[in-house]
Design a protein around this ligand. Structure first.
Ligand SMILES: Cc1ncc(COP(=O)(O)O)c(C=O)c1O
Length: 494
């Protein structure tokens, strides 16, 4: 017995990651990515059958030849595009590939975009010298979520920036909010028929397979979209797809970019797993999503009656914000403000005591993502665990819940981000930074939306917000050069 224990301890010490993956994941209830259906046709023999392009029988993924070409074509038919490629670096890699393709095709890219972009986009903007104009964002300070811009605001943005040749829309948002994309596409095309509409659909890989979900980017007439198949589309971690249609995006530029940025040795198992995903969703997607939504309803209704808990009602949210046309109801946003606890405390307690994992949490809310592996038993167990967690935590509660400032939304752009590195930079004390040009992206998590992007003017409101965040005892982490938030990197004008 002792020997066994000693052996296990040594195994955990010598192989920390491997032993965790092998031993600690089984049995957890997870309401978070990846969403993988148990019946998805699986790539077998991840070690024994690992293979490279030296085996000519397969073709080459980055050249779109052989078996890969066949798999990509089948995916294009299933996801409603003219062309599809598989990614092994999630939507992060796909966003980079698409923006590189656009840069090479257009020479100069003038892009209009919403503020809630993923960091892969802001990094690509800088690296490919893209002129980016952010629309003024909307932020719901009670729910602590980003609300999309209205169609009118986007069209006004296009009118005010007549050089725009690419419109980037992140749809749906992290919380599953979706705009009337087809309406926007039609209106935007009336104003500029050549405008390239690129949708970051990282959270919508399941959309093409059910009418109960928001319409997909391809169905809505966008030119290009990227999807994280691993998030909600039954793909393994890392997997994603790029879809495009029509001829506004040059297929030659896209293929060239794919060939240039895809590793020369992608895992063929990951690529093959996307073939399995496509088959499952194409043949059984409708019924799988029906069940997913039933599980989601069970969890939603069970949580909603717990004391102090308010599950965000999709219809109510739609009434509150006109621009929200559809909601992905597999996402369950739970406001816990009235419990006197923070989302952070509850989420950590659920994980530690009940092995229930949520997608994300903030001060006032918790987001559950119903996945393809969840079932009704897990929904009921989670409601029970949540109820017990509330009771336990209230009994232990010592400190007051910290208050949160409003998220500043005004943007004053001074310099494109790619110009920043040409200047002398200086770390300015937080108190002295107002009026200076920010030389770094400052991103509080949550909400994960840049508070200030590189090249924008630092305002008094930003400083007040950062100062308030310092008092949240680690509830919110801020991604910036100085993690202690004492200094901000600025352009030195002295
Ligand atoms: C809107 C959006 N785009 C892109 C990404 C990157 O996706 P991936 O993790 O597949 O690289 C994310 C990740 O959360 C995202 O939220």
């Amino acid at each position: 017995m002792q020997t066994k224990k000693r052996y296990r301890r040594a195994y955990e010490k010598d192989l920390p990651l491997l032993s965790t993956i092998n031993n600690k994941i089984d049995g957890i209830i997870r309401w978070c990515t990846p969403s993988i259906h148990p019946a998805v046709p699986k790539a077998r023999g991840i070690y024994d059958n690992d293979i490279s392009i030296s085996y000519h029988g397969l073709g080459n993924p980055s050249l779109n030849t052989g078996i890969f070409k066949e798999a990509y074509q089948k995916a294009a038919a299933a996801y409603g595009s003219d062309h599809t490629l598989f990614s092994v670096n999630g939507s992060s890699g796909s966003n980079f590939m698409v923006l590189r393709a656009l840069k090479h095709q257009l020479g100069g890219v003038n892009m209009l975009l919403q503020r809630n972009v993923h960091k892969s986009i802001s990094v690509a903007i800088e690296d490919f010298q893209i002129d980016a104009t952010y629309l003024q964002p909307h932020y719901d300070n009670k729910l602590q979520i980003f609300i999309p811009n209205t169609t009118k605001e986007i069209l006004d943005g296009l009118r005010e920036n007549p050089r725009t040749n690419v419109l980037l829309i992140t749809n749906p948002t992290y919380e599953g909010l979706s705009i009337n994309l087809s309406g926007l596409v039609q209106e935007a095309r009336k104003a500029n028929p050549d405008l390239i509409i690129f949708v970051d659909e990282a959270w919508g890989a399941h959309f093409p397979f059910s009418k109960k979900l928001p319409p997909s980017a391809m169905e809505s007439g966008a030119d290009i979209c990227v999807q994280s198949t691993h998030k909600q589309g039954s793909g393994l971690q890392q997997t994603g797809m790029i879809h495009w249609q029509g001829n506004r995006l040059s297929s030659k530029s896209m293929m060239d970019s794919y060939k240039s940025l895809l590793t020369t040795s992608p895992s063929f198992h990951l690529l093959a797993s996307l073939d399995g995903t496509r088959y499952l969703m194409e043949t059984k997607g409708g019924e799988i999503i029906d069940y997913l939504l039933e599980v989601s309803d069970l969890l939603r209704n069970g949580l909603d009656v717990l004391p102090g808990v308010e599950v965000v009602n999709p219809s109510k949210l739609k009434r509150q914000y006109d621009q929200i046309e559809f909601l992905d109801e597999s996402k369950i946003l739970v406001n816990i403000e009235q419990t006197g606890l923070t989302g952070y405390e509850i989420a950590h307690y659920l994980e530690k005591e009940y092995r229930v994992i949520v997608e994300k949490y903030e001060a006032n809310n918790i987001l559950f993502l119903t996945t393809f592996q969840n079932n009704k038993f897990e929904a009921k167990e989670t409601v029970k665990s949540f109820r017990h967690s509330l009771q336990d935590l209230k009994n232990k509660k010592k400190s007051e819940k910290p208050s949160f400032p409003e998220f500043p939304t005004e943007i004053i752009k001074s310099v494109p981000s790619y110009e920043i590195s040409k200047n002398k930079l200086k770390a300015a004390g937080l108190e002295d930074a107002a009026g200076k040009i920010c030389a770094e992206d400052i991103v509080p998590y949550p909400p994960g939306i840049p508070l200030i992007a590189k090249g924008e003017e630092i305002q008094k409101e930003h400083i007040n917000y950062l100062k308030a965040l310092k008092n949240t005892s680690g509830l919110i982490s801020v991604v910036m050069n100085d993690y202690n938030m004492r200094t901000v990197l600025t352009v030195d004008t002295s």
